[in-house]
Design a protein around this ligand. Structure first.
Ligand code: UDX
Ligand code: UDX
Length: 434
């Protein structure tokens, strides 16, 4: 099948590349000429493990092409996936400007039936606005459909998630739209398994909010439990294990730490809270999820302050700038809280992240970054760990101790075993295990 994907970011590029790899003819469009130029020259605009090989293979096979022209995308394929950004707007609600623009441009260029598919995370009921937009700007006398097909791609493992999905959620109003989407996903479902779930458009939009909010709730829950563990003298990892083996609970997303970040959880929870408010049904549970997540960073900051006593002029090394390992994405990353706070307190900062340095520096160009862990920790009074990159987990701890001015670690990701690391002479603070 022919498919157009508008937006070649973390979601659009992975989606387009995986559709091409499944055998479809894909045109990926982005209005940022720099990104399209990079892709034409064989460079990836984002870091996602395994993506470059898939893109290269499918470009060579002629199944994956790139363009900046939305008119070309509209003419190219009957199905157009919308994967442009929906960043937080002024009041915090998702900014739908880009989605609207794409809807308008597709409508203006549409001469025959087209199916517009919301791939970006959008607030429930967006499809109604999108339909209205298309109707307003449509020039030809033609049918169209709007469908919702939310992404469940975790950055860092997005290729695996796209090719071996648990489920494909498809919200449609017509059989024609359902058939087109089923046809697109058939090769992926045949190879990778998973369920194809057809439902109403609004249900599909809500399924996305409800899934991500539930996972965020699991994280806030375990973070709240972690604080109680510290006070009661328990170990949150043991507690999580005791909970997670119950299949009704499950072991995943029960890692306590500095709280969740990224381009999805914070925004999705917020969007769900706002939607509920707008519908007159206050979702207080999710408001508390947000409160816990916010205060979790402050909770870890308190540990840093207590340990350093005077923060001014102390050297703090930070490992991890992205919101999680295996990605260069810094949106809503914990580092965006800790770096400015510690700078305000006049700490001297040096940071390490294998792939997120340049994205972070677009926001904080003044941060000193180095590409070697031990160089970063050299002469540090405290090491703050905000990532689970394997390089950090597998560090030579003796070497680390030798280079630090004072061997103190505040571990916001609970990656070391407290007794083991203390036995090496470190002062070690983690979350829920002291
Ligand atoms: C996606 C979803 O869109 C977002 O709603 C979800 O919450 C997170 O995942 P993502 O792919 O991560 O966003 O965003 P980003 O990497 O910023 O990619 C969006 C792309 O769309 C960018 O490359 C941008 O240049 C492009 N874009 C934006 C367009 O092509 N046209 C526009 O009008 C606006
Ligand atoms: C998420 C969804 O999981 C995915 O299905 C899709 O909808 C996009 O959004 P992503 O944001 O890439 O994926 O990362 P995810 O692995 O879900 O982690 C989100 C955040 O939660 C990260 O900051 C991570 O560090 C944190 N987290 C995760 C925890 O703090 N504890 C956990 O146990 C799991």
């Amino acid at each position: 099948m022919k498919i157009s994907v508008v937006g070649t970011g973390y979601v659009g590029l992975v989606t387009g590349a995986c559709f091409a790899d499944a055998g479809h003819d894909v045109l990926c469009i982005d209005n940022d000429p720099k990104k399209i130029k990079m892709l034409h020259n064989g460079f990836m605009p984002i870091y996602e493990p395994g993506l470059d090989a898939i893109v290269e293979r499918n470009v060579k096979l002629g199944r994956l092409k790139f363009s900046t022209c939305i008119k070309e995308g509209t003419e190219f394929a009957p199905v157009i996936f919308i994967a442009v950004g929906t960043p937080p707007g002024v009041g915090g609600e998702a900014n739908m400007t880009y989605v609207e623009q794409v809807g308008r441009q597709v409508a203006e260029n549409m001469t025959e039936y087209r199916l517009l598919v919301e791939k970006s995370t959008v607030p429930a009921q967006t499809s109604e606005y999108l339909k209205r937009t298309v109707l307003k700007y449509l020039r030809a006398d033609t049918d169209f459909d709007v469908a919702s097909n939310p992404e469940f791609l975790r950055e860092g493992t997005a290729i695996e998630d796209a090719t071996h999905p648990d489920r494909i959620v498809v919200g449609v109003d017509s059989d024609r739209a359902a058939d087109l989407l089923e046809e697109i996903y058939r090769p992926i479902l045949e190879k990778g398994g998973g369920a194809f779930l057809r439902m109403s458009v609004t249900s599909a939009e809500l399924a996305k909010h409800a899934s991500n909010s539930f996972l965020a709730m699991k994280i806030s829950y375990i973070n709240a439990v972690a604080r109680i563990c510290e006070l009661a003298g328990a170990d949150v990892e043991q507690v999580a294990k005791g909970m997670g083996l119950d299949p009704r609970i499950g072991p995943r997303f029960l890692n306590a730490g500095v709280g969740y970040g990224g381009s999805c959880f914070p925004k999705d929870v917020d969007a769900f809270v706002r939607l509920a408010d707008a519908l007159g049904c206050e979702f207080t549970l999710l408001k508390e999820v947000q409160n816990i997540n916010k205060s979790q960073r402050e909770y870890v900051m308190k540990k840093i302050k207590q340990e350093l006593w005077v923060v001014q002029d102390k050297k703090v090394a930070i490992f991890g700038l992205a919101f999680k390992p295996e990605t260069d994405d810094v949106r809503e990353a914990p580092s965006l809280y800790f770096v400015p706070k510690l700078q305000e307190m006049k700490a001297k900062l040096t940071a390490w992240d294998p792939v997120a340095e340049s994205k972070f520096k677009e926001i904080h160009p003044d941060l000193d970054c180095v590409q070697d862990l031990y160089e970063c920790a050299k002469d540090a009074d405290l090491l703050l760990i905000l990532t689970e990159w394997s390089e950090v987990k597998n560090m030579d701890l003796q070497k680390l101790k030798n280079v630090m001015a004072s061997p103190v670690i505040v571990d916001g990701r609970n990656i070391f075993h407290p007794e083991e690391i203390r036995s090496l002479g470190f002062t070690y603070h983690s979350v829920g295990r002291n």
